[in-house]
Write a protein that binds this ligand. Structure first.
Ligand SMILES: [Zn+2]
Length: 56
């Protein structure tokens, strides 16, 4: 299993599909998926790929 590109931690359990990707399927860990959802709910911009520790 590849690590989560957003936090570089191993993905445990079911991966989440990143909301950043309209044209690509990029899978991140559950906690990163939750974090993206929380940021969206709070009106914060998502963390761009360029700031991720691993290039998806
Ligand atoms: Zn993650």
């Amino acid at each position: 299993m590849k690590p989560c590109p957003r936090c570089a931690q191993p993905i445990v359990g079911q991966p989440a599909r990143s909301r950043l990707t309209a044209d690509r399927d990029i899978f991140i860990c559950t906690s990163c998926g939750t974090d993206e959802a929380v940021r969206e709910a709070n009106g914060q911009p998502p963390i761009p790929f360029g700031d991720w520790p691993l290039n998806p």
